[in-house]
Design a protein around this ligand. Sequence first.
Ligand code: HEM
Length: 457
Amino acid sequence: MNRVDADLALQQINQLDDDNQADLSAFPGRNGWPVVGDGLAFFRDTLGYMNHMYAEYGPVFRMRLGPMESLTLVGPDPQQMVMLDSHNNFSTSKGYATSLGEFFPQNLLLRDFSDHKKHRRIMQTAFKNQMLESYMPALHTIIRKHVQQWGQQGELVFYKAVKAALLEVGSEVFLGMEMGAEANRINQAFIDLVTGSTAIFRHNLPGTAYARAIKSYRYMHDFLSSQIEDKRNGDQTDMFSLFCRERQENGDYFSDDDIVHHISFLLLAAHDTTTSTLLTMLYEITRRSDWQERCREELQTVSDDYLKYADLATLENCSYCFKETLRLYPPVIGMARRSIREFDYGGFTIPANCTISTSSLLTQRMPELYHNPNEFDPERFAPGREEHKTHPFAWFPFGGGAHKCIGLHFAEMLTKVTLFEMLRHYRFTARHHDPDFAFIPFPKPRDGLPVTLASLG
Ligand code: HEM
């Protein structure tokens, strides 16, 4: 198939009719129940449901969740085709319009091709190595304070605890706000927005999650807008300030609305993904205490009381655990796109205007790619095995191509700083191992992972 010019593709995206997407009834798959489709089965046991669909219908299957019908493509080849999109066949903005459009409008995932490129520039300074390094002391200070509090409690539900710590990271490192009443209000507004985005009941009636999200959206928008002038003229180096001072190609600042949309989305993109990673990683290393010990020993070889940026790459066991966690529990279990035009794949002709989902969840557990794929085995990433290198898209928790996660190094740095603060002083034990996992909106043990901390003395 011929490559279509990106500007033409951008125009064609606007012609896709959201209310009349392609008819997929000829594809393998099923409709599920009236109205809800397979929504209940999908939410109750996402991994089980997806495994079943793949086994029953093969690597291209149709599913219906409520009113949303989509085609899932399983395997590294289709992930590569969709993510790299060398023919400009796929719209990311249309793929995410329904889930993100209302409360996180005009963010980077809601932009395509040249428009996306123009806007991704707003983040370029904030994610340079030198800036990443500059965030490390603040990360250590915040996480250390929280871990000390956890140690005093002795027992806690890790999900709640880590969420609170990472909200503080968001306030200080992303927004440049000290914790206090204002930061708490912003954090609550952010939580309301995330909850409202996934609300099934979407009517603006008092007391509902959806109504709270609408109110919080206005509050957040007004608050962030009110800060821009000061941040533009100041010399703070939080990410929000850097966005305010970043310039477009023509030398102009980005508009106030652009800045607000991009920084709001950054909070979303960073928060639940890293919370989920730390949660699922701790889940695994409390089951596999040998790996908890290996990470601890490695972290104890760091002579300073703080990790330096250069230390990060030397923490091999922590890296393997990070990668293995993201293989088994990718926080973004599938990446959404809409086909701009018809294309051929796997013996099928897939029509234009069809929602496509890649599946990192299924692909990263394929026995063709990974030995004992459902087992937590971080060593598979070590030299000599490196199972993830059998295909460029065997391991892709951060996506790929133009929309590849801009925060991947930040995520790894935050994870390692948190492990450093946690494991050097405490041994973590899960109070029970509940294998019941939710994968939507992000992977997490449903019980939130109650843990006990024992001081190492
Ligand atoms: C382990 C943690 C994380 C995972 C697994 C993750 C995963 C992803 C994935 C899969 C995408 C691409 C989605 C697609 O193509 O459909 C993405 C995009 C993005 N992520 Fe992350 N992310 C993580 C952490 C972060 C952090 C910490 C930040 C910021 C500090 C961040 C900021 C972004 C942004 C801004 C985008 C949009 C990029 C674009 O459209 O150009 N992410 N992330």
